[in-house]
Design a protein around this ligand. Sequence first.
Ligand SMILES: O=C(O)C(=O)Cc1ccccc1
Length: 375
Amino acid sequence: MALKCVAVMGWPDSGRSIASGVVFNGVRNSNGEPRKIFVSLGRFSGPADNQKTGKSSTGNDVPGKLCRNLVSLPKPLTISVTPNDGTQVRISFKGSPGSFTEDAALKAYPNCETIPCDEFEEAFKAVELWLAEKAILPIENSSGGSIHHNYDLLLRHRLHIVGEVQFVANFCLLARPGIREEKLKCVLSHPQALASSDIVQTQLGVARENIDDTASAAQYVASNGLRDAGVVASARAAEIYGLNILADRIQDDPDNITRFLVLARDPIMPRTDKPFKTSIVFTLDEGPGVLTKALAVFALREINLTKIESRPQKMRALRVVDDSNTGRAKYFDYLFYIDFEASMADPRAQNALGHLQEFATFLRILGCYPMDTSL
Ligand SMILES: O=C(O)C(=O)Cc1ccccc1
């Protein structure tokens, strides 16, 4: 049983915290009722950790009553120090070995073990089932925009965002050894990779075929011995699948950046000694200016927003409003996803979310994590 700890975070004027997560009171809504925000940042102490003593939890092999009681006491807060180069960390991702998502995982955790999955959903499940400690998934791209499906998965699953990775994907045109560009009749790749290069779009004048990920395209061409098919993928994929690089850096925008999120079962401790971001999702009532009001809670506290995304609420796509003046109206119902530049350990962020919670109909903190400032 791993030693677990709980971390407490509250409003500056909070009076108390309870239970295995933390509920903070002290903020009241417009009706004077207390508002609560629940932020669980760690794990609670479970049954006694016997690994260190090597004794059984019954305490039968511990002489004396006092010692027996001590064994069953909760352990003090311990911060486990694991190397953060990814040693001993298994990271699940959607795609084959050699994909850009795997590259992003290796950028963040150079010594991690990567676990390829067929679907994003499986990468989530691998963490939920303890087959992996973390999952990594692309969430937005500087040229293609948001990856909507992954926003939906963030909400459907209960994992926490614990990191972000900004990654410049370097697209290469690959083919089997001995095959020249003129021989190609089609190019296979992930749609984002195919769309990012004018060479592939127009200059080659060949058909394009979408494949789930760049490395799977390379694997397919290599393992089927295709002599008239090229691939857009990474130099690492070329090496893994024994393909030749016909052209390097074929992307039109040399700064084409993909942002990946790293997810884990437990949230990390927010800090203020380095830049942190917080990601949330919320819903609002229908009405004029409600979104302006929601955004103002951040502006009022000079908190910078880095991303806003809206997604339809699939379980409740249409909201029917009966109004005696205008009659029956149907509206689409939306979820709003926002990333802002502040740590949950910063009172400004806590106050902004307390304020938002006064009128949001639903609010969830998806994660608070260090900003990737490497680019
Ligand atoms: O297909 C891949 O290799 C992926 O990991 C997805 C992707 C595709 C293009 C840019 C970044 C990530």
